[in-house]
Design a protein around this ligand. Structure first.
Ligand code: COA
Length: 260
């Protein structure tokens, strides 16, 4: 399928999604949001894609936010619907059932920061900048920022970044646990690809159930989370991959997973 604002490629078991509006620093307009949803629905149903890498076109920006031109004119009701629509796209990514790695290649501001934190893992280039500058526009983050940011980096830090609207650089993002790695821009995609390939080489039942269990930490208490973990552990133990993984270890060879 041909998209106007998104590039979708697949290589082996990796899907590459690139938001492609570099002249607008990949700001998410309505078209980009609806195409992002279509692309991720497509990937969700594509059994050959195990891991996704999400990035922005060009060397300056991952996503510089929602398209500010489309914010003007919103009122109380339309604003709520606008936020719910964006949230539904990012919820789809977070609950895709397969890991999404954000390769953050520059500005990740507003909706761009929220998009990155809806992904499962973040790798940043040295020039990346993260922030939630919505207060400068008289609004709050509406695509999950107040909720996911606080859960990821802690309430105090999320408060400070959201209330001041300040942006932080890649090293600070690494220090506070917002990203897992910082690399030179020239190495960003290779680093993301190596990580994606490593994850794709594991048993995918285990990978997907691990994502599900870890996602649940945001939604439940420890007792229920541990109950879910035990039951998903049991599901893994009933898989062929588990038999192969343990057998291969004992036979001192690499496992050949069938994802069954
Ligand atoms: N929405 C719409 N257009 C945006 C945009 C956004 N969030 N961010 C950047 N753009 C557009 C600019 O309007 C400009 O378009 P033009 O060339 O047609 O005038 C183009 O992208 C390049 O941006 P520019 O501001 O010229 O680049 P810069 O290097 O001087 O500054 C930023 C980069 C990211 C600091 C600046 O663009 C910015 O502050 N963007 C808004 C960030 C924001 O508030 N995001 C949250 C929105 S809720």
């Amino acid at each position: 399928m041909k998209y106007e604002t998104i590039r979708l490629e697949t290589k082996g078991n990796i899907g590459y999604v690139t938001i492609n509006r570099p002249d607008k620093l990949n700001a998410l307009n309505a078209k980009a949001k609806s195409e992002l949803k279509e692309v991720f629905e497509d990937i969700k149903n594509n059994a050959t894609v195990f891991v996704v890498i999400l990035t922005g076109a060009g060397e300056k920006s991952f996503v510089a936010g929602t398209d500010i031109a489309e914010l003007t004119g919103l009122g109380t009701e339309t604003g709520k619907t606008f936020a719910e629509n964006g949230q539904s796209v990012f919820n789809l990514i977070e609950n895709l059932g397969k890991p999404v790695i954000a390769a953050v290649n520059g500005y990740a501001l507003g909706g761009g920061c929220e998009l990155a934190i809806a992904c499962h893992i973040r790798i940043a280039s040295e020039n990346a900048r993260f922030g939630q500058p919505e207060v400068n526009l008289g609004i709050i983050p509406g695509y999950g920022g107040t909720q996911r940011f606080a859960r990821l980096i802690g309430k105090g830090r999320a408060m400070e970044l959201i209330l001041t609207g300040d942006a932080i650089d890649a090293q600070e993002a690494l220090r506070i646990g917002l990203v897992s790695k910082v690399v030179p821009q020239s190495e960003l995609m290779r680093t993301a690809e190596e990580m994606a390939q490593k994850i794709a080489s594991k048993g995918q039942i285990a990978v997907r159930l691990a994502v599900k269990a870890i996602n649940m930490t945001q939604e439940t208490n420890l007792t229920d989370g541990l109950a879910l973990e035990a039951s998903l552990f049991g599901v893994c133990c009933g898989s062929e991959d588990f038999k192969e993984g343990t057998k291969a270890f004992l036979e001192k060879r690499k496992p050949v997973f069938k994802n069954k």
